[in-house]
Design a protein around this ligand. Structure first.
Ligand code: NAD
Length: 503
């Protein structure tokens, strides 16, 4: 029987989405809508508006008014802190509902809910974490450098109107990583969810309003990159763009921001390496963990998936055997089934793209160990691709250089530590890297030599208080921790003479 998710949709009672402008939910000015087709079945699941240029303008102006005239940027620290904690608690209480909405959005299985980083629990922790900065990050009082006696102080002030643009693959964590520090700092927001993951984001916004956020502090424009996203990134009244998504759109945002010199933070893609040495604590486990990042839950559609395994020749076959074994254990299908472990690819364009990478890797001489095909039968209408492992990959091949964003692991052999470092750093990206070794000195040597934002030694995790972001073309700036909060502020210097003498 062909897979269908309509019964889940009806049970959840999914409503069509709306835009949020100045506290009012409404349709697009021209009534245009986007139909969400589920990636596991191709079924039409629901609709939401495609915000036009005039809708985006209205949303930005609402955020501008809320910033220039509203209470939020001047709210007492205690008020902001209480709201952020209240919302974190509300997220925890609505975790099951949000996970179900996500399964209807992007097909990520409920079974993945226990993995910390993309979970509702982690998102709630991010709000609690940023609530903690509100009354702890301030300016400085500095001594006079020369001249008469004077006061010199710095203040941290909210940066203004933030355009927050989300990808589709981690709607809880990424919503929190942008909205929490922006609200904590006193900014107002125009949020654009991905057109491939809208319903779970709209519900998070509803909960924020229920927690007591004043009207206009968060506004939502739904729709695709063109026209909705373009209208947002080119709007002159936006002060900062905070974007997570592909490198190509990140570059477009840098261009578009130049007109009014908007502040920009970018969390982009990766081609993160895992380096496995013969003295790894457990080579089989290292292989299964690495393969897990390119299969479990998101089917490799994760920025930090370790898609390039650099494996010492002495343990190369052992690594390949364990990776192949894990590939064989991955199950697909109805994301609401507890036994289903991985998602489909997000849309048919991405399906074709991934199949293209697989075909060209084979033509280029990479050895297909497992996968490379699509399941048929009742899963034929979904965008599923079997977990795929390529061995004997040369680091110059496309499969070792491009972000595939699918369940594909490229395994490259190496002979010694210097070669491993050279291969690992030979990439345009720099988001993450993993090292498997029991030699502590080697671990720290490599942690210093690898050019990436987060280095995992015998394990990898994203946590709310840790800076996360990329070197090189993996991004600009960091999310998580104090530096993320500060990225939503401007530093202002205030001077005042204390005597009649000039400064
Ligand atoms: P995408 O770049 O296609 O889309 C991201 C968002 O940008 C969507 O909301 C989309 O509608 C919008 N957009 C597209 N064109 C636009 C334009 N011209 N102007 C303004 N907005 C526009 O990315 P995606 O497919 O949704 O997500 C996958 C990508 O995100 C991957 O490259 C992945 O590595 C990256 N990602 C990075 C991180 C990180 O923290 N570094 C986390 C998750 C995903």
């Amino acid at each position: 029987m062909t897979l269908t998710l309509k019964a889940h949709r009806d049970e959840i009672g999914l409503k069509d989405g709306q835009l949020l402008v100045a506290g009012t939910w409404r349709a697009a000015a021209d009534g245009a809508t986007w139909t969400h087709q589920h990636p596991a079945t191709g079924e039409a699941i629901g609709e939401f508006p495609v915000a036009t240029v005039s809708d985006v303008d209205a949303a930005v102006r609402a955020a501008r008014t809320a910033f220039d005239e509203g209470p939020w940027p001047h709210a007492r620290a205690g008020e902001r802190i209480r709201l952020l904690h209240r919302y974190a608690e509300s997220l925890r209480q609505h975790a099951d509902e949000l996970r179900a909405l996500q399964a209807l959005d992007n097909g990520i299985p409920l079974s993945f809910g226990g993995i910390y980083a993309p979970s509702v629990d982690c998102a709630a922790d991010v709000f609690d974490h940023h609530a903690g900065w509100v009354d702890k990050v301030g300016g400085q009082t500095l001594p006079p450098y020369q001249g008469g006696d004077h006061l010199a102080m710095t203040f941290r002030e909210p940066i203004g109107v933030v355009a927050a643009i989300l990808p589709w693959n981690a709607p809880f964590l990424l919503f929190a990583q942008k909205v929490a520090p922006a609200l904590a700092a006193g900014c107002t927001i125009v949020l654009k969810p991905s057109e491939y993951c809208t319903f779970s984001v709209l519900r998070q916004v509803e909960l924020l309003l229920e927690a007591g956020l004043p009207d206009g502090v968060i506004n939502v424009v739904t729709g695709p990159g063109d026209p909705t996203g373009e209208a947002l990134i080119t709007h002159p009244l936006v002060d900062k763009i905070s974007f997570t998504g592909s490198r190509a759109v990140g570059k477009r945002i840098v261009e578009a921001s130049a007109g009014t010199l908007k502040r920009v933070s970018l969390e982009l893609g990766g081609k993160s390496p895992t380096l496995v040495f013969p003295d790894a604590p457990d080579v089989g486990l290292a292989a299964m963990t690495t393969m897990g990042t390119v299969t479990m839950g998101l089917s490799g559609q994760a920025c930090v998936a370790h898609t390039r395994a650099l494996v010492h020749r002495d343990v190369y076959d052992q690594f390949l055997g364990a990776a192949e074994m894990l590939a064989g254990m991955i199950t697909y299908g109805d994301p609401f089934e507890a036994s289903v472990l991985a998602s489909p690819l997000i849309n048919t364009r991405q399906l074709e793209r991934v199949l293209g990478f697989i075909e060209r890797a084979q033509e280029g001489g990479a050895r297909l160990v497992t996968g490379g095909t699509r399941p048929d039968g009742d899963l034929a209408a979904g965008n599923f691709v079997r977990p795929t492992v390529f061995a004997d990959v040369d680091n110059g091949m496309e499969i070792a250089r491009e972000e595939v964003f699918g369940p594909v692991l490229a395994v490259v052999p190496f002979t010694d530590e210097d070669e491993a470092v050279r291969l690992a750093n030979d990439t345009e990206y720099g988001l993450g890297a993993g090292v498997y070794t029991t030699d502590a000195r080697r671990a720290f040597r490599l942690a210093r030599r690898l050019r990436a934002g987060t280095i995992g030694i015998n394990g990898f995790q994203i946590e709310p208080h840790l800076p996360f972001g990329g070197f090189k073309q993996s991004g600009l700036g960091r999310e998580g921790g104090q530096s993320a909060f500060e990225a939503y502020t401007e530093l202002k210097t205030v001077l005042m003479p204390l005597t009649d003498e000039m400064m």
